[in-house]
Design a binder for this molecule. Structure first.
Ligand code: ZN
Length: 376
């Protein structure tokens, strides 16, 4: 059985690209490259931690990485790991003691591969998340950050060799649990994932640094069915990476599942467009935000529709008017939730007391949920 050398760029997740998110290094506060852990922890060596040291060495070999790597245990009960591109002239890999205690060696290889994946994809060069970045830039950075996790998981899967240890590792890290309590049946786990909702019923998902774990596991499962992964060990056919990514992209959009899904989606779409366009133009990062909210396909469709209009603002008004009429049949709670989402858009917008805020107030009053002041 011969393994082809891994071409990392060939398996990068298509959305793992700062350009796609309108992220410009000049807008933001530096890269992650120089982030330094505040302490060293305990260095992993074959003399003291032979199993873990071997897992690190086998992972770099499996990935054909020629790295000067130093790895450390951080005394911490949480299950976590991270890597730094420059650590005293070496690459630094940090694993918590909780992770080492609870993960089996092949599961640990998934996590080590994932961390080295961030390095090989250059994620450390991406802009640093910072409170001082403009809020809309921040939300797009977070969406980009979630996309990087999908790429890194693929390297983790290559390192672990198969879905079983990879899925177990993801589940353990998500739950914080080890063998003692966890019963794991991959077939059952994947069946549940298949039925799991693709949506995250929480606007806070926009602020998460990682995709929800069922989406992560499912994204990895599809990748494991790709020709790029399967052909490493055999002549098995598989999905093209474009097919795999096209399944993942809609899963990564933050949206609410609901029987009233269409109306809700339309209020979000046209409400966001009204607020975003209030200052005269819809910026690239606002377009990207819209894609996160309603899915890239729907966002693109709406933007294409607007480009064909000589007076796009009028077109937005007409559409929004119709969807707000339909929204009258939604429950008060749902209408309040929608108002909350749109308010967040105004809060993250560049100016306060702006035309965007006036646009929001108008939608709020048409949703019929009484007085509300953003400033209150
Ligand atoms: Zn990661």
């Amino acid at each position: 059985m011969s393994q082809r050398a891994l071409q990392f760029e060939d398996i990068r997740y298509s959305q793992d690209s700062p350009n796609l998110f309108g992220i410009d290094q000049s807008d933001v506060a530096g890269s992650e490259r120089n982030r330094r852990p505040s302490f060293d922890g305990f260095q992993i060596s074959s003399g003291v931690l032979p199993d873990v040291a071997a897992a690190v060495a086998e992972t770099t070999t499996a990935l054909s990485l020629d790295l000067s790597l130093r790895s450390f245990v951080i005394p911490d009960a949480n299950l976590a790991a991270f890597s730094v591109a420059e650590y005293g002239g070496d690459v630094g890999l940090f694993l918590t003691s909780g992770l080492i205690e609870r993960l089996a060696i092949d599961e640990l290889k998934f996590v080590i591969g994932h961390e080295l994946g961030h390095l090989v994809f250059g994620h450390h060069e991406y802009p640093r998340l910072s409170e001082t970045n403009p809020p809309l830039v921040m939300l797009n950075q977070l969406a980009l950050r979630r996309a990087t996790e999908i790429s890194a998981d693929r390297i983790g899967l290559v390192a672990a060799g198969s879905m079983v240890p990879a899925a177990r590792a993801i589940l353990k890290v998500a739950s914080g649990l080890g063998e003692k309590h966890l019963r794991f049946d991959l077939a059952e786990y994947l069946r549940k994932l298949r039925g799991a909702t693709s949506s995250v019923p929480d606007f806070r998902a926009l602020h998460a640094t990682h995709p929800p774990f069922p989406i992560r596991a499912r994204a990895l499962l599809w990748f494991s069915m790709s020709a790029s992964f399967r052909s490493r060990n055999s002549e098995l056919d598989g999905l093209s990476l474009a097919e795999v990514d096209s399944r993942i992209v809609p899963e990564m959009a933050v949206s609410f599942p609901s029987a009233d899904g269409d109306t809700i989606e339309q209020v979000r779409l046209w409400g966001t467009l009204k607020i975003s366009s209030a200052n005269g133009r819809i910026s690239r990062s606002e377009q990207r935000f819209l894609g996160e909210l309603v899915g890239a396909e729907l966002a693109e469709k709406a933007l294409r529709f607007l480009r064909t209009h000589s007076r796009p603002k009028k077109a937005i008004e007409a559409r929004l008017g119709a969807v707000l009429d339909a929204a009258a049949s939604l429950s008060r709670t749902t209408r309040e939730q929608l108002a909350g989402e749109l308010a967040a858009l105004v809060q993250i917008g560049p100016e306060r007391g702006s035309s965007a805020e006036l646009a929001y107030q108008e939608i709020h009053s048409k949703l019929g949920i009484g007085q509300h002041s953003l400033l209150g």
